[in-house]
Design a protein around this ligand. Sequence first.
Ligand code: MLT
Length: 267
Amino acid sequence: VRASDTHHLSVRELALAYYVQGDWFQILFIHGFPLDRTVWRQIMATLTGWRRIAPDLRGMGLSDVPNRYSMTEYADDLVALLDALSAPKAVICGLSMGGYIAFEMMRRHPDRIRALILCNTRAEADAEDGKRRRNDMIGLVQREGTGALADVMVPKLLAPASLKVMPAVVEHVRTMIAGNPPAGVVGAIEAMRDRPDSTEMLPKIDLPTLVIAGRDDQLIPPAASRKLADSIPGAQFTLIPDAGHLSPLEQPVATSRVIAEFLGAID
Ligand code: MLT
């Protein structure tokens, strides 16, 4: 993915940055928290034959930092981006918080979704103790900035083995987090804290669905991802070895391969 593949478009009164490559069927990649579109860099470099679109969510990466944040705002931004790119329908591939946004898109814009790829994510809302931890994290970012957040999050996002043997990946994750604007990161934490539960929707999902889990994911245990897949009729489940919470970065080859196989079958 070259720098020239990054574009900007104004939608809903804000400028969103996004990668786009290729043509033919559309696939929209939604990054996790507190990352940016570059988490999909290696995945974007494969999957030729698909039009790969990977935006920075509002408040992160190179996109504008507005005042309002919620799953609804993120979902509506992305549908506006699809409109602007003349993409009536797309496969939606969401990583972690990107999955929370995919569920919101299912609620609000189901006719825009061709298939779902749910990567290292969950359908449940935050429990009370989770909401308290979100508030503590907001305090940390407001007091000490996103560099301090990177110190806390990098060891949780990556598998212990990746932390040891993948210095370039560790550096990339740290750079994404520390480079994000505190206001956008706080907005994302509030949006995650206040997101609705999506478990009731799962048995009603009537789309080809792939669930991807990292075997060493410290934030979302593989058993929880397996349960997510089991709750969606006909969903496929893939466990990626030697990956933590960021399968697309830690094991890009294995992750692209399962995505390519899944896309091939719905083609
Ligand atoms: C993410 O990777 O998007 C976040 O860790 C998800 C979360 O904090 O719930």
